[in-house]
Ligand binder design. Structure first.
Ligand SMILES: C[S@@+](CC[C@H](N)C(=O)[O-])C[C@H]1O[C@@H](n2cnc3c(N)ncnc32)[C@H](O)[C@@H]1O
Length: 253
C-alpha cells in the first residue's frame, strides 16, 4: 500500500483538536515532524538573507535544530553551534561538529549564555500560548547580554486564508494542504492543519496547530518575555531580531 493511502491519513478529529502528529515511513517527533522529510530536505537558502546576524565565531544556540538543515550552514559560516532537539532520531543526523543536546526547549537550562539564540521553523507559532511563552523564556535564559534572539514566524495571512489543495513544489517535494480548520476560543485564534509532503511514491503527513501572529501580537509576546520589541530582518517580515531587555534579575547569572 502506498503511504498516502487512507490508513496513513490522520483522522478527521486531528484537524480540529490541538494535535501534533506525524505519519509516514520512519520516525516522527513529538511535534509531528517526520525525520525522513527533514533528512531528505536540502538547505534552500533560508538563512542567506540574514547571514549578517551570524558572524564567524559567534556562539549560537539553535532551538529545534532537527536534522541540522540550518545548523550545518551556521557551521559553514564559522559559528560555534549548540543544537537542541527533543528527538534523538533527528539529532542523529546532525554533524558531530555541533554540540548536540537532546532536551525539551521548555526546560532547557544550560547555565551558559549565547551570542545568538535561534528559534526557527515557526516554533513561535505553537498553538498553545503557554508553550509559546515557555519557548521564549528558554530563549531569554540563554541569550547573553548584548546578544540577540533571531526567530522565524509563519505568514499569518497564509495561516488565515490557505485552502485545501496543492501548496506548491519545493525541490523534489510536493506540498499539499489536506485539511484545515480554524477556531477562535476566548480570543485565541488557532489553525489546525494537516499538511502532506510527497516525494516520489512516499507521502508523510503532519497534523499541527498553529497561531497566526501579526507584528503587534509578536511584539507583545516578546516584550512580555523580557525582550525589546522585535525588528523585521527581511522584506517578507518572517525573520525577526529581538534584543534582551536589560531588566534586573533576568541577567543576574
Ligand atoms: C519543523 S522541525 C525544523 C527543524 C529545523 N529547524 C529545520 O529547519 O530543518 C522542528 C524541530 O523542532 C523540534 N522540537 C519541536 N518542539 C520541541 C520542543 N518543545 N523541544 C525540543 N525540540 C522540539 C522537533 O523535534 C523538530 O526536530
Amino acid at each position: 500500500m502506498r503511504s498516502e493511502d487512507a490508513a496513513d491519513e490522520p483522522s478527521e478529529a486531528l484537524a480540529t483538536t490541538m494535535t501534533f502528529e506525524g505519519r509516514g515511513p520512519g520516525a516522527q517527533t513529538q511535534d509531528g515532524c517526520s525525520v525522513e522529510v527533514y533528512r531528505r530536505t536540502r538547505y534552500a537558502g533560508e538563512l542567506d538573507g540574514i547571514q549578517a546576524q551570524f558572524p564567524a565565531g559567534a556562539t549560537v544556540l539553535e532551538l529545534g535544530c532537527g536534522t541540522g538543515l540550518l545548523t550545518h550552514r551556521l557551521l559553514d559560516w564559522g559559528c560555534q553551534v549548540t543544537g537542541v532537539d527533543n528527538s534523538a532520531e533527528m539529532l542523529a543526523h546532525v554533524s558531530d561538529r555541533v554540540r548536540r543536546v537532546q532536551a525539551d526547549i521548555q526546560s532547557l537550562a544550560l547555565r551558559e549564555r549565547f551570542d545568538v539564540v535561534l528559534l526557527p521553523s515557526g516554533l513561535i507559532n505553537h498553538g498553545d500560548p503557554a508553550v509559546r511563552r515557555t519557548f521564549l523564556a528558554a530563549a531569554r535564559r540563554h541569550v547573553a547580554p548584548g546578544g540577540r534572539l533571531i526567530l522565524y514566524c509563519h505568514d499569518a495571512h497564509w495561516l488565515r486564508t490557505a485552502t485545501v489543495g496543492v501548496v506548491g513544489q519545493s525541490g523534489d517535494w510536493l506540498l499539499t494542504l489536506r485539511k484545515v480548520t480554524r477556531t477562535r476560543t476566548d480570543g485565541e485564534e488557532r489553525v489546525h492543519m494537516v499538511l502532506a509532503y510527497t516525494m516520489g511514491d512516499d507521502t508523510w503527513t503532519h497534523a499541527f496547530c498553529a497561531a497566526p501572529l501579526d507584528a503587534p501580537a509578536l511584539a507583545t509576546l516578546l516584550v512580555e518575555s523580557g525582550f525589546d520589541a522585535p525588528v523585521a530582518l527581511d522584506a517578507r517580515q518572517r525573520w525577526f531580531s529581538a534584543l534582551p531587555a536589560l531588566r534586573s534579575g533576568l541577567d543576574a547569572v
